[in-house]
Ligand binder design. Structure first.
Ligand SMILES: NC(=O)c1ccc[n+]([C@@H]2O[C@H](COP(=O)([O-])OP(=O)(O)OC[C@H]3O[C@@H](n4cnc5c(N)ncnc54)[C@H](O)[C@@H]3O)[C@@H](O)[C@H]2O)c1
Ligand SMILES: [Zn+2]
Length: 366
């Protein structure tokens, strides 16, 4: 079974990709642990909970449900879950298992990070996006009214267990949103992975088992490597933000309702490819190839009404903006990127305008 080691100063752990691993969750928990608190959502538990539950056999388990929507990824919910844990007798021997999409991974991880000053957490991501991104790397957190993920902690898990079988029940739009983050991994670090997206579109969209496992492994390997070299995003880890400078601005500009995160990143990747072409590093035909491959996994919601100037103004308020400078991760070729700052406003606006036109209403999701 493919296993990738994540080495950070805080902890070394494994991300394991294996069909059916939900049956063996218990193997990854310390034998003498106390009560296991599974944080999940009702939909995920209904679809896949029985397998996790049976894997625990006679160990003490409590299931805590969380509504799971982005507007509920808040400190109030963390507090409510913590109160439930206390009521159920949690102590320092307890363990948290975060079982769900990225919201559950982030919030469950954050709960574990701060409950009694820190309990171990096991991450079991169930969306494609969370399998390839959110669950690996130890970033946990919640939203403030004033912005997404503005509070949180680095809290590395005991392990990350990835079962590609759970992807079968994922709605199509959520599935494609996850694919964009894998395409991102190809562009930043693995040209062969990107080529696969160009050549195997049908099998990827049909969720062919072998191809799905292959692309999940590709993305997890890259995330594990990058996080191992740079846990806290001082330098190398920033390459994972390819497409995210514009993507975050687009999500904020549309109040987090029009686009899924991956869809906003898809748009951001196309803008950044164009910027990379303008700046001279990336060949024109590669700019087109990125734009076309990304679009071929669409559609994404319409960009109609998006004002490039307003989007640009959003960039300055992004939490990833350092000392007032907007950074872009730009490909120098497919498979390698560099971080660039100080791109003039008119150039950024022109690239946004170009991408907005490509994503006109005819490619819109209903
Ligand atoms: N910590 C990080 O490094 C990191 C990275 C990327 C994203 N994130 C966070 O992740 C969140 C987005 O995560 P997401 O895209 O997984 O969305 P999500 O957690 O909202 O899940 C999407 C929906 O799919 C449902 N679902 C989950 N698994 C399913 C399955 N197997 N079958 C059917 N339905 C299923 C969920 O209940 C939910 O309704 C955001 O809050 C984002 O900030 C964190
Ligand atoms: Zn992302």
């Amino acid at each position: 079974m493919p296993t990738y080691r994540v080495r950070t100063p805080a902890r070394t752990y494994e991300a394991v990709i294996e069909r059916g691993i939900l049956h063996r969750v218990s193997d990854y928990l310390p034998a003498h642990a106390g009560t296991i608190f599974i944080v999940t959502t009702e939909d995920v538990w209904r679809l896949h909970g029985d397998r996790v539950q049976t894997s625990f056999q006679n160990r003490p388990v409590k299931v805590l449900f969380f509504p799971g929507r982005e507007e509920r990824k808040r400190l109030a919910e963390v507090e409510s879950l913590a109160e439930q844990m206390v009521a159920e007798g949690a102590d320092r021997t307890s363990i948290v298992v975060a079982f769900g999409g990225g919201i559950v991974n982030d919030l469950g991880g954050f709960l574990a990070a701060i409950f009694m000053r820190g309990l171990p957490v096991l991450q079991i991501p169930t969306t494609l996006l969370s399998q390839v991104d959110a669950a690996v790397g130890g970033k946990t957190g919640a939203n403030l009214k004033s912005g997404k993920n503005l509070i949180g902690a680095f809290h590395q898990p005991l392990a990350v267990l990835i079962d590609p079988d759970v992807i079968a029940t994922l709605p199509d739009r959520e599935y494609r949103a996850g694919l964009y983050e894998i395409i991102k991994c190809g562009i930043i670090r693995d040209g062969d992975l990107f080529d696969l997206f160009q050549n195997e579109r049908e099998r990827i969209l049909n969720r062919n088992h072998a191809v799905l496992e292959h692309i999940i492994c590709g993305a997890v390997r890259i995330k594990a490597e990058v996080v191992s070299e740079d846990e806290k995003e001082s330098d190398l880890r920033r390459i994972l933000n390819y497409g995210h400078t514009i993507g975050h601005a687009l999500e904020a500009e549309t109040a987090y309702v029009r686009f899924l995160h991956g869809e906003a990143v898809a748009f951001g990747m196309v803008v950044a490819a164009r910027l990379a072409g303008d700046a001279g590093g990336l060949a024109r035909r590669e700019v087109e190839r990125i734009a076309e491959v990304v679009a071929s996994y669409g559609p994404i919601p319409s960009l109609e009404g998006i004002d490039p100037k307003r989007l640009f103004a959003r960039l300055a308020s992004d939490k990833k903006t350092l000392q007032g400078k907007v950074h872009f991760v730009l490909p120098v070729r497919i498979g390698a990127v560099k971080v660039v700052s100080g791109i003039p406003e008119p150039d950024v606006i022109a690239a946004i305008q170009w991408a907005v036109e490509r994503y006109s209403a005819d490619r819109a999701v209903a």
